[in-house]
Design a protein around this ligand. Structure first.
Ligand code: ADP
Ligand code: MG
Length: 254
């Protein structure tokens, strides 16, 4: 599917004060593309993701999916938040099946899909466990398996690995790329980690705060798997870092 963010602005009004969270943001994401939204806290990354997900209305502009204006949530879009949002009273398998059940899929079919995904995310043997019996990394894998169960064409992720330790995080990044390569969904992935963005993305959308805008879009044309110690990788990290630290007025228009 093709996603088009068309001149989106967003103002939050709270007790008399206005926050311009997004100011005329436009962005196109092609089918199968992996895009990272990178920026410091408060530059509107989560707001943009929520608007793309249809969970929050834009104040101006809109979202087009395959050329049609988005109203509410799109059936082919799934969101993964930092807090995995698993149901504590459901087993791993039932959590993964949840969205399929909600769509009325027959039990045998959804068991089959869930059982396969449990394998995919490396949780075979944990099907009957409850979320509190798992580590943070394992819970997040369940959250990702649940998101993938519906084969979304657009996967939206808001700092999904932010709460994980460094080792688990890098394992999850590699796993996500593997799953993405197999499913070929479009991904919009929010992070404030430059290294994470350079490791994952085809394109990095660097956002700047107050008001939230796109500062620059960086193409990351490096083969995968990427080596964070390679010269080319470090070079891209440097470009992203410079963009984050350059006053907006000095950025060349992208
Ligand atoms: P990020 O995800 O990049 O940290 P956010 O999209 O969460 O940025 O926030 C962008 C700006 O909008 C911030 O100034 C934040 O305080 C404000 N904001 C976000 N959500 C709300 C809300 N529900 N009500 C009021 N202000 C909000
Ligand atoms: Mg955020």
């Amino acid at each position: 599917m093709h996603l088009s963010v068309s001149d989106v602005s967003k103002t939050y009004d709270q007790r008399g004060s206005h926050v311009l969270a997004l100011d005329h943001v436009s962005l196109d994401v092609a089918f199968g593309e992996f895009v990272c939204l990178l920026g410091d806290s408060g530059c509107g990354k989560s707001t943009l993701l929520q608007i793309i997900a249809g969970l929050e209305p834009a104040s101006q502009g809109g979202i087009l999916i395959d050329g049609r204006e988005l109203v509410g949530c799109h059936p082919d879009t799934t969101v993964v938040f930092q807090e995995h949002g698993l149901f504590p009273w459901m087993t791993v398998l039932r959590n993964i099946e949840f969205n399929l059940k909600a769509r009325g899929m027959a039990a045998a079919k959804r068991h089959e899909i869930a059982a396969r995904l449990v394998e995919t995310v490396g949780l075979a043997g944990f099907e009957k466990k409850y979320p509190h019996e798992l580590s943070g990394g394992m819970r997040q894998r369940v959250g990702i398996a649940r998101a993938l169960a519906t084969s979304p064409k657009l996967l939206l992720m808001d700092e999904p690995f932010g709460a994980l330790d460094a080792q688990t995080r890098s394992a999850m990044q590699a796993e996500l790329l593997r799953l993405w390569a197999a499913h070929r969904s479009a991904v919009v992935f929010v992070t404030h980690s430059i290294e994470e963005a350079v490791f994952l993305a085809d394109r990095i959308v660097v956002m700047t705060p107050r008001p939230g805008r796109i500062g620059r879009i960086i193409d990351v044309d490096l083969p995968r798997p990427r080596d964070p110690t390679s010269e080319a990788f470090v070079h891209h990290v440097k470009i992203a870092l410079e963009t984050l630290h350059t006053p907006r007025a000095l950025l060349a228009p992208s």
